[in-house]
Design a protein around this ligand. Structure first.
Ligand code: GLA
Length: 393
């Protein structure tokens, strides 16, 4: 896919110069976007439903082939160079930014793709630890670039799956498929409704007078930290606990609200709450899909508010700063909906904002948030962006 905006043209030109200075040749350029999720949180690893949107912030990879079997990678964000031997890779994490590159290269080769050596230069625009999927963006941009650099075809769904495996098995975060999938398959102006079991998806337009407001609390979110994995284990415990009564259940996706009401008392209270979040959130995604199809923003906004409360009270993955950010957005005229987005424990909120209210939204939320917390938030707005691809100046 070709990208055309002025900002992108500028980034491509800068990376081309940087690449030539570092490696002495021309490069090809690839980008993959971060994401927000409108609704459907912590449902992906329960085989459920999600509604993410790719955003206008990407990770960029400039790449050119080498004659040997090395990946030589320079990260602009970390001002650091790493070398990876394609024939000596393993799946051990180094707890280093290059794990993402090595993880993806490792999974691609394991899946049978014969990769060529490469020089690479990486620039990430997605703020790290902000809940906007900088990890998926670096994985997908790397995967896309490595495949095309090796003259191999890119199957977007396959790439999303392999990038997820890289994060699960090499980086060590047991994430679901949502982030990698939308980074690969998102389309300009559209939200993506994904069934995380079958991987069937539908794209539906975001109404043109609505912008995505993204408020970064500046509280670092770290998916690889234990709490995310604990939530997954709690969901699995829920499935095991319900199994004697509901033997058809393979994942929480298969549990209906009435069934949980009926048999939930078999579960320990905490596990019941985790399950209630997932089961009700899946239902909310289905309602939200209909609401978006009808451009019914009031209903969509109400569902987003319910989702946030469920994440706060039942799933317990919010934090005071996220709650405050949601509350402040709710006070601004022209904001249809607000909720935490992504894994939680810090990170960002997503907001649906009428485009005439964007300036007011940014100003009032930023001022009030800073006044209460002493933290200066990053408030961005974005349209729904396209998925990964090659970019030309
Ligand atoms: C992170 C993970 C996703 C998903 C969300 C929560 O972003 O990478 O797979 O589980 O958290 O919805």
């Amino acid at each position: 896919m070709e990208t055309k905006t002025l900002v992108e043209t500028k980034i491509v030109a800068e990376l081309q110069i940087g690449f030539r200075q570092r490696y002495g040749t021309q490069a090809r350029m690839y980008r993959a976007p971060g994401r927000v999720n409108l609704i459907g949180e912590h449902t992906d690893y329960n085989d459920g439903f999600v509604m993410p949107v790719a955003i206008e912030l990407s990770v960029w990879v400039a790449i050119a082939p080498r004659d040997d079997r090395k990946l030589v990678v320079y990260s602009e964000n970390f001002s650091e160079r790493a070398e990876i031997e394609l024939d000596e890779m393993d799946s051990r994490p180094r707890r280093h930014w290059s794990d993402y590159v090595q993880g993806v290269a490792f999974m691609l080769q394991k899946a049978g793709y014969a990769l060529r050596g490469a020089n690479m230069l990486i620039r990430g625009e997605v703020p790290i630890g902000s809940g906007l999927s900088s990890s998926a963006a670096i994985e997908v941009a790397t995967g896309f670039a490595l495949l095309e650099n090796s003259g191999l075809p890119v199957d977007r769904v396959e790439l999303a799956k392999l990038c997820r495996r890289a994060e699960n098995e090499v980086v060590g975060a047991r994430v679901g498929i949502m982030d990698q999938f939308v980074s690969c398959c998102g389309q300009t102006g559209q939200a993506l409704m994904l069934d995380c079991r079958s991987l069937d998806y539908r794209l539906r337009p975001i109404p043109p007078d609505v912008r995505l407001g993204i408020c970064n609390t500046m509280v670092k979110h770290d998916v690889a930290s234990g709490k995310y994995n604990t939530r997954q284990a709690e969901c699995e415990e829920g499935v095991r606990g319900l199994f004697p009564r509901l033997p058809h259940v393979r994942a929480l996706r298969d549990v209906r609200i009435e069934e949980l009401d009926r048999y939930g008392s078999d579960l320990p209270q905490t596990i019941y709450k985790r399950c209630r979040h997932v089961v009700t959130e899946n239902a909310r995604v289905r309602y939200a899909t209909t609401a978006l199809e009808k451009a019914d923003l009031a209903t969509l906004g109400r569902l987003m508010a319910e989702s946030h409360l469920s994440l706060k009270n039942d799933y317990e993955v919010s934090c005071p700063e996220l709650d405050l950010m949601v509350e402040l957005a709710g006070q601004v005229e022209g904001v249809y909906g607000a909720r935490m987005t992504g894994g939680g424990f810090g990170g960002s909120t997503v907001n649906l904002v009428d485009k005439r209210s964007v300036a007011d939204f940014r100003r009032s939320v930023a001022n009030a948030y800073e006044k209460t917390t002493g933290l200066s938030p990053q408030i961005l707005t974005s349209a729904a962006a396209g998925g990964a691809g090659e970019a030309r100046a």
